[in-house]
Design a protein. Structure first.
Length: 107
């Protein structure tokens, strides 16, 4: 999903922005931005929670490259459906089967 023709909100006339403001103005999720910084070893802004107007415009340009976070456990799994979460009962049933197998293996 790309953001080529996104109508971004106007950038307020102020010098510095918080992380939440930065992400809101670039229309990306805060956790996605933080994860992106960690993965790429890139630190935008003055450090901490202070970002300039220039950072806002840079992040807007980069925002099309941002992807929602993917659980590394699930990466590369073939045949996943859109609903990857299991109900508590399903988890309990699967764990009971695993426990039974482990007990059989131990004997």
């Amino acid at each position: 999903m790309t953001k080529l023709n996104v109508d971004f909100p106007a950038v307020p006339l102020k010098r510095y922005f918080s992380l939440d403001e930065l992400c809101q103005l670039a229309q990306i999720e805060t956790d996605v931005f933080v994860e992106w910084q960690n993965q790429h070893g890139i630190v935008l802004g003055k450090g901490g929670n202070t970002y300039s107007r220039q950072d806002v415009f840079l992040l807007r340009k980069l925002s099309a490259t941002f992807q929602p976070p993917v659980d590394s456990f699930l990466q590369g799994q073939e045949g996943l459906t859109e609903q990857v979460a299991l109900s508590a009962q399903e988890v309990s049933n699967r764990l009971a089967v695993i426990l039974q197998r482990l007990q059989n293996y131990a004997h």
